[in-house]
Design a protein around this ligand. Structure first.
Ligand SMILES: NC(=O)c1ccc[n+]([C@@H]2O[C@H](COP(=O)([O-])OP(=O)(O)OC[C@H]3O[C@@H](n4cnc5c(N)ncnc54)[C@H](OP(=O)(O)O)[C@@H]3O)[C@@H](O)[C@H]2O)c1
Length: 345
């Protein structure tokens, strides 16, 4: 290993708190010092950064379910890195790990955060899959469909943000559990075609060009048994009007809000929960951290059986980190958005 003293630590630092949609100019490039690990710390070199809508929540003054990112700090991201030096006996130099990182070449990570710092096994799939199908999106899809919605054989299931890292897997997972009909909601004809051709959906609704209520009436006249809500807002309100009696709704995300604030307006059709005996559940991946290995094994088995299609949208180059973030909210391509910044040694 080269002397760490000689290495430059490129960083993208939060320069100002975004107003409205996040912009690349909210960040500034910096050449920082290499951090020195203390007790329990692991010094990691960044290899891949994943992109998640919740990064926008962490940029609010409140921060939501994580501490707010402060001006002058490097931008937090879920990433994959390689251990350079370890002061935690559970990690060794050379290990590949996945967990909360930030937009810099070298950083300290620890295993005492809200999610485990996962040591990645040598595997016969690409390393980047640990951010997608075996990362936030895939695991959220798995726990959301299996536990949150408890999809049953015969169910009619609707999933919003169906081309996203989560939605691009949730439809096929619902199908693997025996759902009778799986309908995805996506923006634009091409994305609607993509989910039907690639992601296990029977039909798609184009939320940008079609009337969602009318299409739901056509596609599921008996009502929706399970709705995986990644979008909130008007879309959730419309879905509430189309749920079957005793239907289940999973609140997973609220893309329509842009996550510019933690305070959101709830649905106005909520009395449907009462009149149709609906069950509305929330989920957060943090709740399932102890069940991740078993979930990842099941996801791997489904991939092996050809039941899940893995879609990645990989870019390369540290300099691109801030420019990709806004695309999460403005029409990114299907699948998990990932930035590769270095090769593993
Ligand atoms: N609860 C949890 O633990 C947890 C974990 C992971 C993710 N999530 C949530 O799951 C949701 C999806 O995240 P992801 O990582 O799967 O997606 P992603 O890969 O970041 O892609 C974003 C998705 O959102 C859709 N979208 C963006 N703006 C929209 C709008 N105004 N109306 C409708 N759809 C919109 C995009 O579809 P189009 O291109 O078709 O617009 C795209 O499919 C987010 O709300 C996220 O916060 C929750």
């Amino acid at each position: 290993m080269a002397s760490t003293q000689a290495l430059i630590n490129r960083q993208w630092i939060l320069a100002k708190r975004p107003e409205g949609a996040v912009k690349p100019t909210d960040f500034i490039f910096n050449k920082g010092e290499l951090p020195v690990p203390g007790d329990g710390d692991v010094l990691v070199r960044s290899l891949y950064f994943g992109y998640d809508a919740s990064q926008r929540i962490w940029l609010t003054e409140d921060g939501g379910y994580m501490p707010s990112i402060q001006i002058g700090e490097s931008m937090r991201a879920v990433g994959i890195g390689q251990v350079i030096e370890s002061c935690d006996p559970d990690y060794a130099t050379g290990d590949l790990v996945e967990g909360f990182m930030s937009w810099q070449d070298y950083l300290i990570v620890r295993n005492d955060g809200p999610m485990p710092l996962r040591k990645l096994p040598k595997a016969n799939f690409p390393l980047s899959w640990n951010l997608g199908i075996f990362g936030v999106g895939g695991l959220t899809a798995y726990f959301g469909v299996v536990d949150g919605l408890r999809v049953q054989p015969g169910d009619t299931v609707v999933i919003s943000a169906a081309t996203g890292a989560t939605g691009s897997l949730a439809g096929a997972i619902a199908r693997a559990l025996g759902a009778q009909k799986v309908i995805g909601i996506a923006g634009g004809a091409d994305k609607c075609q993509w989910i039907v051709d690639n992601a296990g959906y029977d039909a798609a609704i184009d939320y940008k060009n079609e009337d969602i209520g009318e299409r739901l009436q056509e596609l599921c006249p008996q009502g929706v048994n399970a709705y995986f809500d990644n979008v909130g807002g008007d879309m959730l309100d419309t879905l509430l009007l189309h749920m079957a009696p005793e239907g289940r709704v999973l609140i997973c995300g609220a893309m329509s809000s842009g996550y510019t604030d933690v305070k959101l307006q709830g649905p106005s059709n909520y009395m449907r929960i009462c009149t149709h005996k609906l069950t509305v559940r929330g989920m957060h991946l943090f709740f399932y951290k102890d069940e991740i290995p078993a979930a990842a094994a099941q996801l791997a088995a489904w991939v092996e059986e050809g039941k899940l299609h893995v879609e990645e949208n990989i870019h390369e180059g540290f300099e691109k980190a801030p420019g990709l973030l806004p695309t999460i909210f403005s029409g990114k391509q299907p699948g998990k958005l990932i930035l590769k910044v270095a090769n593993a040694s």
